[in-house]
Write a protein that binds this ligand. Structure first.
Ligand code: G3H
Ligand code: 13P
Ligand code: ZN
Length: 320
């Protein structure tokens, strides 16, 4: 199967009560770990590339790595998506350069300016058979160039006008998720009977109001890593320092996937798995220096983590 857009994927996900995983890719091992899990679990997948990933790995390398995954996994549909496109030029460059989906992130702009730039990207993208994700509302949290120190929830009363005026194919909304590994402060959380910190619930009321106003329309959640504590502990046990890293509980993402959320973005969890595995490897094998030896278990743990997401969180296993 060649690269596809997310149009059909989202229709099936919406009607089937599940979500597609959108995982960020920056190198070969990450692409392989994700797509091997998706192939084995027969899951459709979105591989997404940020501005930072393009700066790090180079556009062509990333496209070719994803094309290699398409070749190796002919049974599953794969989308190549630009994550957090900052402007029209970056979106155009990805549309011209083989992507099948782009996000234009105008969420930091005024409502009118967000509409204007999003509409311009949609016109160009649709003329080239590419789909577009827009965003309304801002996510809290600080990570590289994509987030804001203080977030603001999406205002449901704005979504119909935004979608009708721009023509976007999907919409990212802000309901309490945020980017990175520190999504909630311990003092925002409550301690449950097992002694685990439970963060405040996502704003499902906003999600439901948005869905009522946009029936049948695919909603996207960014900042949806759950920050697995086993990997935080692994990092901290092997020389790392990540106190109070807290993510979104997986049950809440499963619930969102049953509703109108069709795409769930996960990046930080894969970074934690990779970093924890490599830290542990070096701690246990201080004499080793062959990158293949430490990247192999890192890739294997990314694969198992993605498998868990597909099966237990997104519900998209077997949907390819
Ligand atoms: O939401 C952003 C993704 O986690 C990508 O992060 O800008 O560090 O590549 P990045
Ligand atoms: P996380 O930092 O929660 O993994 O979010 C990733 C994301 O939203 C990519 O766009
Ligand atoms: Zn994001």
């Amino acid at each position: 199967m060649a690269l596809v857009t997310s149009k059909e994927m989202f229709e099936k996900a919406y009607n089937g009560g599940y979500a597609i995983g959108a995982f960020n890719v920056n190198n070969m091992e990450i692409v392989q770990g994700i797509t091997e899990a998706c192939r084995e679990e027969k899951a459709p997948v979105i591989l997404q590339v940020s501005k930072g990933a393009r700066a790090y790995a180079n556009h062509t390398y990333l496209v070719k790595l994803v094309e290699a995954a398409v070749h190796e996994c002919p049974e599953i549909p794969i989308v190549l998506h630009l994550d957090h496109g900052p402007d029209f030029e970056t979106c155009k460059s990805c549309i011209d350069g083989g992507f099948t989906s782009v996000m234009i992130d105008g969420s930091a702009l005024s409502f009118a300016d967000n509409i204007e730039v999003t509409r311009k990207v949609v016109q160009y993208a649709h003329d080239h058979g590419v789909v577009v994700e827009g965003e309304l509302g801002t996510l809290a949290g600080i990570e590289d160039e994509v987030s804001h120190a203080v977030g603001s929830y999406t205002r449901p009363e704005e979504v119909e006008e935004f979608v009708s005026k721009t023509g976007v194919d999907s919409l990212a909304i802000a309901i309490g998720t945020s980017h990175g590994a520190y999504k909630f402060k311990p003092e925002q959380c409550t301690l449950n009977e097992q002694g685990i910190l439970v963060p405040p619930a996502l704003r499902f009321d906003i999600l439901e109001e948005v869905s009522k106003r946009l029936p049948g329309f695919p909603i996207v959640l960014h900042g949806s890593s759950s920050v697995p504590q086993e990997y935080v502990k692994m990092i901290n046990a092997h020389g790392g320092k990540m106190p109070n890293a807290i993510g979104v509980p997986e049950e809440q993402l499963r619930q969102a996937a049953r509703l109108s959320v069709c795409k769930i973005n996960i990046d930080s969890d894969l970074r934690l798995a990779m970093t924890g595995t490599i830290r542990q490897f070096f701690d246990e094998h201080p004499d080793k220096f062959d990158p293949r030896e430490y990247l192999k278990p890192a890739r294997a743990n990314i694969k198992e983590l993605v498998r868990h997401k597909l099966v237990d969180v997104l519900g998209c296993a077997g949907k390819a």
